[in-house]
Design a protein around this ligand. Structure first.
Ligand SMILES: [Zn+2]
Length: 75
């Protein structure tokens, strides 16, 4: 499983620039509500104060597809 690099460069709480990423997967995945379509979460974490600075889904394309479907229903 590929873990992306951190997007946040500086912690807004303690001003540390020692940011790394962690991945939250297994039963803690984020579901789209569609069967079999869920994604792990990637967190940018400050290694000095432990703050979770940014959480984002790993498989953003699943949510993009869901959004497109929702838009088509509204038309
Ligand atoms: Zn910090």
């Amino acid at each position: 499983m590929k873990i992306k690099t951190a997007r946040i460069k500086e912690c807004p709480y303690c001003k540390s620039r020692k940011i790394t990423t962690g991945i939250q997967s297994g039963y803690a995945q984020i579901a789209t509500g569609l069967i079999g379509r869920s994604s792990a979460l990637i967190h940018d974490i400050c290694t000095d104060c432990g703050a979770v600075l940014l959480s984002r889904v790993e498989k953003v394309e699943l949510f993009a597809k869901k959004y497109e479907k929702e838009q088509m229903k509204e038309d």
